[in-house]
Design a protein around this ligand. Structure first.
Ligand SMILES: Cc1cc2nc3c(=O)[nH]c(=O)nc-3n(C[C@H](O)[C@H](O)[C@H](O)COP(=O)(O)O)c2cc1C
Length: 176
């Protein structure tokens, strides 16, 4: 799959089948995060792969994360504040987005999760103090189901390019 096709076809998946994610696919997803760029190549990240049903059940108690109960894998992206105080969140996010696009190209669904109680996740996964939980990803095979939340949230679609892009200076439009 071309990169742009993955960018274009990806959407947040909030209903998952119980089919396990094959190890080689998950390895490829993780590898694409490992290869991500980072400021000064500090790689200030750590990823915790959660399969355990009990742990996912706990994570799914957050308001907008109910589907973590059914997604067979959750990737918890942690950023190392100590090694890169300025860039840890951006670097970890870039690595996670590499994983999202690779998962898409592997036929997997994903959803970013920002709905979590950091202290709860920290205790649950025994995360040391120097790491911040930046975001999590649900990963698994999409289950066909009317996903009302996705329909409502996506109905706003995307802002038009003319509203978010300037050329040469802020507010100037492309006259070509
Ligand atoms: C940083 C971040 C955090 C998000 N957190 C959640 C979340 O906790 N629960 C959820 O259902 N969707 C979450 N989303 C998904 C967004 O709602 C979704 O990306 C957006 O509505 C656009 O829809 P699309 O991903 O299908 O294109 C999050 C997305 C990002 C980038």
């Amino acid at each position: 799959m071309e990169v742009f096709d993955a960018v274009e076809t990806r959407k947040s998946v909030r209903a998952y089948s119980s089919t396990p994610v094959p190890k080689e696919k998950l390895d490829r997803v993780i590898e694409s995060g490992r290869l991500a760029p980072s400021a000064m190549n500090l790689q200030p990240w750590h990823f915790i792969i959660v399969h355990d049903t009990g742990k996912r059940e706990e994570m799914s108690k957050a308001r907008y994360a109910k589907f973590l109960k059914e997604s067979p894998v959750v990737i918890v992206g942690c950023g190392d504040r100590k090694s890169s105080p300025k860039w840890f969140a951006i670097d970890t996010t870039i690595a996670l987005q590499n994983m999202v696009l690779t998962a898409t190209s592997e036929g997997l669904g994903t959803c970013w999760i920002g709905s979590f109680d950091e202290d709860m996740i920290r205790n649950l996964l025994k995360i040391p103090d120097h790491l911040t939980v930046v975001a999590m990803l649900a990963v698994g095979y999409p289950r066909k189901k009317l996903d009302l939340a996705a329909t409502v949230i996506r109905s706003g679609s995307r802002k038009p390019a003319k509203d978010i892009v300037s050329v040469e200076e802020y507010g100037a439009k492309d006259e070509r």
